[in-house]
Write a protein that binds this ligand. Structure first.
Ligand SMILES: C[S@@+](CC[C@H](N)C(=O)[O-])C[C@H]1O[C@@H](n2cnc3c(N)ncnc32)[C@H](O)[C@@H]1O
Length: 299
């Protein structure tokens, strides 16, 4: 089961208008979308997911509320062009709850989890050809080191990359976990499961996650109406850094501080973390950060 993370905070921060247009870029099991749909009357919800199972399951959940929604099976980096097809050029709110959903992790056959044995897949979109298997078995040492460093801050990346190349073919998640663990000193393995960051790096590479985030941040700003709100939940520091830097650049003063001019603000931002209660109730929320941006001036 997928428990939506920071649901109340997201709904409050979106300041939902009954006739507004809202975009959920990461539908999952419609945890956030259901609540948005409950709060709009004559408005519209548009949901994106590149996992077709998420689209189908969310459709039957949302239909129980009303039909004021459109679901689109696509990478969210295409959201601008997809919305234009429906004549939508501006929206009141956009939410993204990044990463993988619990149903994806819990299904061993999807190959996302280092705790469940399955074929090395890790595709959110099961129609794409690149799988984790291709990265693990076909990429060279330098390419592996590059994703380990840039996508997950993997410790001892060279050792792990060399061990992977040496032990090919590696077909399953458990085989990969064994190779990772046996490539490192026992003391390090006993401190923290090293498979966690390696799996994260491979998953981000398979799904080209960072490129999609970069694109969507830029396009979201253009697509927000005045007083429109962008809310993004991230789950690890590298992902959060992309959002933090982007919001930081937008809110940074462009005027020389020595010049005594009052600069008109275009955006306001804030960051929230899950409550202690939520973390106790839903462990997955532990590392979540919700960054909210409001566009307070017309383009
Ligand atoms: C954390 S889950 C969202 C859960 C959802 N908010 C809920 O409460 O049910 C993330 C979802 O976003 C999807 N996703 C991640 N990156 C995507 C992308 N670039 N384009 C489209 N969907 C994406 C994943 O397939 C997954 O279903």
């Amino acid at each position: 089961m997928h428990i939506p993370v920071m649901l109340n905070e997201v709904i409050e921060s979106l300041e939902i208008k009954q006739n507004g247009i809202y975009v959920d870029l990461t539908l999952g099991r419609a945890g956030h979308s259901k609540e948005i749909l409950n709060n709009i009357k004559d408005g519209k919800l548009i949901g994106f997911d590149k996992d077709i199972i998420a689209i189908e399951e969310s459709r039957s959940r949302l239909q129980k509320i009303n039909n004021n929604f459109i679901l689109i099976h696509s990478d969210f980096k295409n959201f601008k062009n997809e919305l234009k097809k429906y004549g939508i050029n501006k929206v009141d709110g956009i939410i993204a709850d990044l990463g993988v959903s619990s149903p994806q992790i819990d299904n061993a056959n999807r190959g996302f989890s280092y705790n469940k044995n399955g074929f090395l897949d890790m595709r959110m979109d099961q129609s794409q050809s690149l799988k984790a298997w291709n990265i693990v078995n076909e990429w060279n040492v330098d390419e592996l080191i590059n994703i380990f460093i840039n996508y997950a801050d993997v410790k001892m990346p060279k050792k792990i990359a060399n061990a992977i190349v040496k032990n090919r073919p590696i077909n399953t998640t458990f085989e990969l976990v064994d190779v990772i663990k046996s490539s490192l000193p026992a003391k390090i393995v006993s401190l923290k499961n090293p498979a966690k960051t390696v799996f994260q790096a491979i998953r981000i590479a398979v799904n080209n996650e960072f490129e999609s985030i970069d694109t969507v941040l830029r396009d979201s700003i253009e697509f927000l109406k005045k007083d429109g709100i962008l809310a993004i939940i991230t789950f690890h520091s590298l992902e959060d850094k992309i959002v933090k830097n982007f919001f930081g650049d937008l809110t940074k003063s462009k005027i020389n501080p020595k010049i005594p001019v009052q600069e008109e603000k275009k955006f306001i931002v804030k960051t929230l973390k899950p409550s202690k209660n939520e973390i106790e109730f839903n462990k997955r929320s532990r590392s979540a950060k919700l960054r909210i941006l409001k566009k307070i001036k017309e383009d």
